[in-house]
Design a protein around this ligand. Structure first.
Ligand SMILES: [Fe+2]
Ligand SMILES: [Fe+2]
Length: 272
């Protein structure tokens, strides 16, 4: 581990600098991060004949769990009524990760690594965007450490992708299909469920609604990004897809993604 919770200067916390919308997204992210052990089990099954890689995956999972703890600690400082344990228990009941699978649900181990690279592209850009956006000193520190970890995770999965793609060739078209399908999974119950459980107690009279709470999550999460964060995530996804991360394709794609991003954010804000 490159840092621990004790590395953070929690005494610097400034309640007046907490943005309530960002706080609701951070609570949801804490639940998703803390749920990493199931993915470790799944990856260790998929790479069952590679014991040396299992150690890397276990460290990765431990770091993701630590992300959950750090975000939860900050959220509790910002909102003492936040009951992380209860929210996480309810979130767990909603999740259905295929931990019993012995082969990648992406069709190959290289494909699995493409999907993991997409996730780490998203998390690294998200925490970089939070670091740049927040004025709250503790959240800025936490987001800085998390962003660095997520870049390291991307590198781990990208290196593994290169090793397995050499043995099990995977075309750029198939890579991009996997990348797009993983991006679309952002609309599933994971983020919406986490946002609901993190921001509504068990006693809440408001029922769970996937579309409503996915929108609520994305309204907060998308709003923290600036153009440079989009450029970064596009470059990382293109690289995992087997394309040049910078150049003609990247320039055009960044413009299109930024246009779609701001349009969707405007739509989300209009219905809020
Ligand atoms: Fe993480
Ligand atoms: Fe990560």
């Amino acid at each position: 581990m490159r840092w621990t919770l004790d590395t953070i200067n929690w005494d610097a916390f400034d309640a007046s600098k907490v943005d309530p919308g960002l706080l609701s997204a951070v609570k949801a992210a804490a639940l998703v991060e803390f749920n990493a052990p199931d993915y470790v089990t799944y990856l260790c099954n998929v790479f069952s004949d590679r014991p040396e890689m299992k150690a890397d995956f276990r460290l990765w999972g431990a770091e993701e769990e630590q992300h959950g703890r750090a975000l939860a600690k900050w959220a509790k400082l910002a909102d003492p009524s936040f009951d992380f344990d209860d929210a996480f228990a309810r979130f767990r009941k909603m999740q259905n990760i295929e931990i019993g699978a012995v082969a990648s649900i992406r069709g190959s181990r290289a494909g699995e690594m493409v999907a993991r690279c997409v996730v780490e592209s998203g998390t690294s850009s998200f925490y970089t965007a939070i670091k740049d956006a927040t004025e709250e000193p503790c959240l800025k520190q936490v987001a800085t450490y998390l962003a660095a970890d997520e870049f390291a995770h991307y590198r781990l999965f990208y290196q593994t992708l290169k090793v397995f793609a050499a043995k099990e060739p995977i075309s750029p078209v198939n890579r991009m299909k996997i990348a797009i399908s993983r991006l679309n999974e952002a609309d599933d119950d994971e983020l919406a469920g986490a946002f609901y459980c993190a921001n509504h107690s068990a006693e809440s009279s408001i029922p769970y609604d996937r579309g409503r709470f996915a929108n609520a999550y994305f309204r907060e999460a998308l709003g923290v990004y600036r153009r440079q964060h989009i450029d970064r995530v596009v470059a990382m996804v293109l690289k995992a897809g087997g394309f040049a991360p910078h150049g003609w394709l990247s320039d055009r794609l960044c413009r299109v993604v930024w246009w779609m991003w701001t349009r969707r954010l405007a739509q989300l804000n209009a219905v809020a």
